[in-house]
Design a protein around this ligand. Structure first.
Ligand SMILES: C[S@@+](CC[C@H](N)C(=O)[O-])C[C@H]1O[C@@H](n2cnc3c(N)ncnc32)[C@H](O)[C@@H]1O
Length: 274
């Protein structure tokens, strides 16, 4: 019987499938410069998981400082072993905190970023407003809070979306073969917008890894997020959305919008301005 291949650690597969930390940081720097004229220096990554974004930030300049916050010790440890350990000597200061984002205290920062919809774990207006207030307190006077959200006609329902991810070598030298990433919107409750999503993976020679990651969320809408940010004390909340290529894919260029025609699926950045 042929031997089953060893499955690469799921965090490598996760980072390659869903994260685009360079794009997120480029967006944040562009909007920060537009609003404040200067460059941000201090960034807090909430729900940081493996701290990929915080690591990328301190790699960009020895002056940069980053704080990563997550309450899951094993995930933080994986980030320390595989991402933080790869940082060279010419990097800025990185602090990883094993803490609840609702309670954590950090020095004032220019940017707080909470991406890949992680704040959707907060399912009531009260809890989400409390979190947004905490973030506002953590920002410097001109600070920005950047989150993202997905929507569109296909967001309000179930769907299974496979995508191929090319083979790559991780920063720690681990070789990961090409694999399939499957986004599974398994449940959507029209009444309260509570959803259950899964990420599955399929690798050559190892079969399908079912429910590698599970998300039990409330899918918030753009007007709800804008209202809650201003209720939490933010001066305003702006929405940035992409356009489309001829092939109907996102063009990945995010512009400020006050009107937008609905589509099958879109991803927006929401920027809270302190
Ligand atoms: C979807 S992952 C996000 C990983 C990565 N930052 C990204 O953008 O893809 C969500 C992370 O949030 C963490 N988390 C959930 N609730 C939290 C809370 N209240 N405080 C701190 N971390 C939390 C989980 O441990 C998990 O690592």
């Amino acid at each position: 019987m042929p031997k089953k291949k060893k499955i690469p650690d799921l965090h490598y597969l996760y980072e390659a499938s869903v994260q685009g930390v360079g794009t997120d940081l480029d967006f944040a720097v562009r909007i920060y410069k537009k609003k404040n004229g200067g460059k941000p220096n201090d960034v807090r990554e909430d729900f940081c998981g493996t701290a990929a974004l915080a690591c990328d930030w301190v790699k960009r300049s020895p002056q940069h400082r980053a704080w990563g916050v997550d309450f899951d010790r094993p995930t933080l440890d994986w980030g320390l072993a595989h991402n933080v350990s790869q940082l060279g000597p010419e990097t800025g200061e990185l602090n990883l905190l094993c803490a609840d984002v609702l309670k954590v205290e950090t020095p004032p920062v220019d940017l707080v970023m909470a991406l890949n919809f992680s704040y959707c774990v907060f399912k009531t207006r009260d809890l989400l407003r409390t979190y947004f207030k905490q973030v506002r307190r953590a920002l410097k006077k001109d600070g920005l809070f950047i989150i993202d959200i997905y929507g569109g006609t296909e967001a309000a329902g179930t769907k299974l979306e496979p995508r191929k991810v090319e083979a790559f070598t991780a920063t720690d030298g681990t070789k990961v073969p090409a694999f399939k990433y499957i986004w599974d919107q398994a449940e959507y409750n029209v009444i309260d917008h509570h959803i259950t999503n899964y990420i599955h993976f399929k690798l050559p020679g190892t079969g399908k890894i079912e429910k590698a990651f599970t998300y039990d969320w409330r899918l918030w809408t753009l007007p709800e997020l804008q209202e809650l940010l201003t209720e939490a004390g933010f001066k305003s909340a702006e929405i940035y959305l992409h356009d489309w290529t001829k092939e109907g894919e996102s063009d990945d260029i995010y512009r400020r919008r006050t009107r937008y025609e609905n589509a099958l699926g879109w991803v927006a950045y929401v920027v809270g301005i302190k």
